[in-house]
Design a protein around this ligand. Structure first.
Ligand code: 13P
Length: 253
């Protein structure tokens, strides 16, 4: 059975004072039914990891460079993330694909570097509204999965997050049927490429306007193994109920 995962992506938010949120998130979560991961900005990674050291909360990065080290001013390598205490890294988020022109090839190279550094990768895929309206969603997802996920993917080192771009930060979410259609499709593509064992062990997260009020119904959708949460991960008052909803969904299986 796949272990449920609630991951928080703080994006470019958070100063030292916000680390106190982690104490509250950790205090309300014993890790029994679900895994919890918070991905703060790189500046907070080391203090966040130290703060969560004796808790069931893990910390991760939001991006890494594809190379192990070198002359890349401003970039951070996967080994540096691991050295700061990260156990995971988000890769290929639509904001990086859009803001920094990241391609599937680059995301796949970054994922390989992250795996080599011992990090679990959360590889993001998702269609724009124009692509959905043109009925291209599944083609887009298939292309991103094929291009962004490296051949060395396993259930331990790879998580996929389906994040429709039009649902991110908008308060709009796809219907449960739309989420289920994409998640079932992703599962079938992974099984076709990696075989039953690996294909069924890779966890599939939904991301895009997940809130305390809609989390439980999203977690009931087929092949949804958890969530990648943006805005609602910034405050424990919002994130902890999402973690609780995920734990409840795990126990009801
Ligand atoms: P929101 O939860 O703020 O919509 O962001 C989702 C997201 O992009 C997580 O990576």
């Amino acid at each position: 059975m796949r272990r449920k995962l609630a991951a928080g992506n703080w994006k470019m938010n958070g100063l030292a004072g916000d680390l106190a949120q982690l104490d509250t998130i950790a205090a309300g979560h014993d890790g029994a039914a679900a895994e919890v991961l918070i991905c703060p900005p790189a500046t907070l990674l080391a203090p966040a990891a130290a703060r969560c050291a004796d808790t069931a909360v893990a910390v991760g990065g939001q991006d890494c460079h594809a190379e192990a080290a070198g002359a890349h001013t401003g970039d951070v390598s996967a080994r540096m993330l691991a050295d700061a205490g990260a156990t995971a890294v988000i890769l290929g988020h639509s904001e990086r694909r859009e803001d920094h022109g990241e391609t599937d090839d680059l995301v796949r190279a970054k994922a390989g570097a992250a795996h080599a550094a011992g990090l679990m990768t959360i590889v993001c895929v998702g269609e724009s509204l124009e692509q959905r309206d043109a009925a291209n969603t599944l083609d887009i997802i298939a292309g991103q999965l094929a291009g962004s996920v490296p051949d060395g993917a396993t259930g331990e080192n790879t998580v996929i997050a389906y994040e429709p771009i039009w649902a991110i930060g908008t308060g709009r979410t796809p219907t449960n049927d739309q989420i289920g259609e994409v998640h079932d499709f992703m599962r079938s593509r992974l099984v076709a490429r990696f075989g039953e064992g690996v294909g069924r062990s890779v966890r599939l997260l939904y991301g895009g306007s997940v809130k305390p009020g809609n989390a439980a119904e999203i977690f009931a959708v087929s092949n949804v193994d958890g969530a990648l949460v943006g805005g609602a991960s910034l405050r424990a008052d919002d994130f902890s109920p999402i973690v609780a909803a995920l734990s409840d969904s795990a126990q009801s299986i």
